[in-house]
Design a binder for this molecule. Structure first.
Ligand code: OOG
Ligand code: NI
Length: 459
């Protein structure tokens, strides 16, 4: 290998997501069990559904399936968030979307770092849901100042990681040796530390303000709190979890079971109670903390703004009925009933402009004389195919449900709705990309390529 050769950000991302998965498997054994269950369910689903197998292969999604996972972290300060943005850039991941979770009683706002190019997504779509703590939502002024001071004292990145981020920014890439070093240095930031940086008393006060505040402020860094594999049949995984001794969340977040999956469905297993050592003397040092959990997701077609508005409306109609959110016993049946209004065939989703598709010429399209036919005719005649574009992002209501199920169940705080995207972007040091634009562009690029190929064919 030449000394000055460089590693692409896509490869650094794959190296990193593998290293992260190995680390989490060693730290949280149930994650390993879940990975095995998901691999089995995916294999069985593909075996009995050859149409799905073909569709995923055509959409370039089959190869990435085993690699596919997302993680989540919670960050304490603006400076940490902006350095995190630079760290993810080394792996070709940029901030997409703004999620305000304060409405759901969680004092954070968030974005997702992920790749955005078609080719990079096909290689490995690894994403990290990244939340920034909103200390301004702590009411007690003394506690707020104390939390801020604790956070200001910590450095969550290793000197090696900082040096290599700078090097990447200066050189535009990393050499193979640098990339390996970067991955192991960057991983340190996401590692779990059982030794808290505060004493039991301060931890108790933070916990009383909000369990999430204690999680962010009391430790050396933003430990990865879950890593989520993608399954092709989340209902089967939900049934399989208890059979393997894993306690699953009661209901699956997101849309109901459908033949054409839309957006994202997610379920999780409860956070582990882990031993921690607080600062202070021997008598008060021992304690526990719950933060890390497991989650599984099933991804479906990305919806247009129109499709998303319908999704939000139908979901809200079910959740608002009794204010019980997804907790009430008949929730799954009410959800299914409400979503009967959402078309469940790709033809209909396309016809009503509810979802995004990637268009390409089929073999017959490349040879036939297609002069004078419109897009819909060409699709109907089998010359062009429209493959659903997979949703690569997250859902705020689902994310809130996942947060809540891991906050000890009964915890319900309410904060006034106060989305503050400007403050988030100022902390991040960049704007977040609009996810709808990304899907629109991907669809438009595919249409452009088909039109160009047809023009060439006609010459
Ligand atoms: C993040 C929860 C949200 C998802 O998949 O929606 C999330 C967290 O608990 O930090 O990961
Ligand atoms: Ni998640």
């Amino acid at each position: 290998m030449a000394l000055n050769s460089s590693v692409s950000p896509d490869d650094v991302r794959t190296m990193f997501s593998r290293a992260m998965s190995d680390m989490y498997r060693a730290e949280v054994p149930q994650y390993g069990t879940l990975m095995e269950l998901v691999a089995e369910v995916n294999r069985a689903t593909l075996d009995r559904n050859s149409e799905l197998q073909e569709r995923l292969a055509r959409a370039d999604e089959l190869d990435r399936l085993d690699l596919e996972r997302h993680g989540a972290i919670r960050i304490g300060t603006a400076a940490e968030l902006s350095t995190m943005r630079r760290l993810f850039a080394v792996m070709g991941m940029v901030p997409v979307g703004y999620y305000d979770l304060s409405v759901a009683g969680v004092p954070v706002h968030s974005t997702a770092f992920r790749p955005i190019d078609d080719a990079s997504l096909a290689i490995n779509p690894f994403r990290v849901f990244t939340s920034l703590l909103r200390l301004e939502l702590i009411e007690d002024e003394d506690l707020r100042k104390e939390a801020q001071a604790i956070l200001d004292r910590r450095q969550i990145f290793t000197p090696g990681a900082l040096r290599l981020i700078k090097k990447f920014e200066d050189q535009g890439s990393l050499t193979p040796t640098e990339a390996e070093e970067f991955v192991s240095e960057a991983l340190e930031t996401f590692r779990w530390h059982s030794e808290a940086t505060v004493d039991a008393d301060v931890y108790g006060k933070l916990l009383a303000a909000h369990r999430l505040i204690a999680d962010v402020v009391s430790f050396k860094g933003p430990h990865i709190n879950h890593l989520t594999p993608r399954t092709l049949d989340i209902d089967a995984v939900q049934v399989g979890m208890p059979e393997r001794g894993i306690t699953a969340k009661a209901v699956i977040e997101g849309p109901p079971t459908r033949s054409c999956p839309i957006l994202l469905r997610q379920t999780s297993f409860k956070a582990l109670e882990e031993s921690v050592l607080f600062m202070g003397d021997e008598h008060t040092r021992r304690g526990t903390h719950t933060a890390r959990f497991g989650e599984i997701e099933q991804r479906g077609i990305a919806l247009t703004r129109k499709g998303r508005a319908l999704y939000d409306e139908l979901l809200a109609s079910v959740r608002d009925e009794d204010g019980a959110g997804s907790a009430s016993a008949d929730y799954p049946s009410r959800l299914a009933e409400a979503f009967a209004r959402f078309p469940d065939s790709y033809e209909e989703i396309r016809a009503q402009d509810l979802g995004y598709f990637r268009y390409s010429l089929t073999g017959s399209g490349a040879v036939a004389d297609l002069t004078g036919l419109g897009m819909d005719d060409l699709i109907a005649a089998g010359h062009i195919e429209a493959v659903p574009i997979v949703y690569e992002d997250f859902l705020p209501v689902s994310a809130a449900g996942i947060f809540q199920s891991n906050l000890g169940g009964s915890e319900q705080k309410s904060y006034a709705a106060n989305a503050n995207r400007d403050a988030f972007e100022a902390a991040l040091g960049a704007s977040v990309l609009d996810e709808f634009r990304l899907y629109e562009d991907a669809q438009a690029r595919s249409i452009g390529a088909v039109e160009a190929a047809l023009r060439d064919g006609r010459k």
